[in-house]
Unconditional design. Structure first.
Length: 292
């Protein structure tokens, strides 16, 4: 039986650990069993991609000790299945929200538009109601992230499942938001209107370096939209933050203003993963200083 574990360390150690976990899950046959070490510490950065991998391969999930603190936490946030955004409510501590998921009929046809709109509205309200300090100091940033990143997933991912999960740690004064879909990834969405995009690496580099967009209207295709603005907001010296984008076999990650490309080797991330972690700023943060 394959065993994995959640943990929380430095940003770069967390990224390396995530890649190891996903690589292990990728090797498992459909419907196999995976065991979670109950001594770990769960964060959205690890929880969401592991949940997506488990669900996509119909893996059976178990814990070494179901009644452990981690076991109770994972049960509360509804790992790995998640809940519809309609019924997502804050945890008992008020510092985390359950995993919200759009899947099945919610991701099809006319229901698709309303499903994504609802999860954006519902999750924004939940975040601001749960995390008062976040609302006071980062309201524009959080609203922007939710709007842009959910819009990207809705319009361009062709996903069967979309996940979103947030956690706030009062002692650390840190907030983390993770979003993931299991769709066609950046390469798939960009190549529809940019046929020169033939690899995951080129797709990521074009988005980061040239601010290429999969949006097709004159206004939407202007440089600096969507992901490019999100990255610009979080990868600066004003915020203590981290950002990670993984899609296919390539990615990009930042810790404060230090950023680097991420080669995933034999690992292939289905869809697109975006994770943002921000330390609560001393003063209100103005995102318009970074949107071009």
């Amino acid at each position: 039986m394959t065993q994995i574990s959640f943990n929380n360390s430095s940003h770069w150690q967390n990224l390396s650990h995530l890649i190891r976990m996903l690589s292990a899950l990728q090797k498992l046959p459909e419907g196999d069993m995976v065991e979670m070490n109950s001594r770990g510490f769960a964060t959205p950065f690890h929880v969401i991609p592991v949940a997506s991998a488990i669900n996509n391969k119909n893996l059976t999930f178990s814990l070494t000790k179901k009644n452990s603190d981690l076991g109770q936490y994972l049960k509360t946030i509804r790992f790995p299945d998640g809940v519809s955004a309609i019924v997502a409510k804050p945890g008992a501590s008020g510092n985390y929200l359950p995993i919200a998921r759009i899947s099945g009929t919610e991701s099809l046809g006319k229901q698709r538009e309303s499903s994504y709109k609802h999860i954006e509205d519902q999750y924004r309200e939940l975040i601001f109601n749960c995390f008062r300090n976040i609302k006071d100091k980062l309201s524009n940033a959080i609203a922007f992230f939710l709007s842009e990143l959910i819009e990207n997933a809705k319009d361009h991912s062709d996903a069967n499942n979309f996940y979103i999960f947030a956690q706030y740690w009062p002692a650390l004064k840190e907030f983390e938001l993770c979003l993931m879909d299991d769709g066609i990834g950046l390469k798939g969405s960009l190549s529809k209107i940019h046929p020169q995009i033939t690899t995951d690496e080129r797709a990521v580099r074009e988005v980061i370096q040239r601010q290429l967009s999969a949006r097709i209207s004159d206004k939407e295709s202007l440089p600096g939209t969507g992901l490019a603005n999100t990255i610009r907001i979080v990868s600066n010296k004003e915020l203590q933050s981290s950002f990670t984008l993984l899609t296919g076999n390539f990615g990009y990650s930042c810790s404060n203003d230090f950023c680097k490309w991420v080669e995933l080797g034999t690992l292939t991330v289905q869809g697109t993963l975006i994770n943002i972690r921000i330390k609560e700023p001393q003063e209100t943060f103005d995102i318009f200083n970074y949107i071009h």
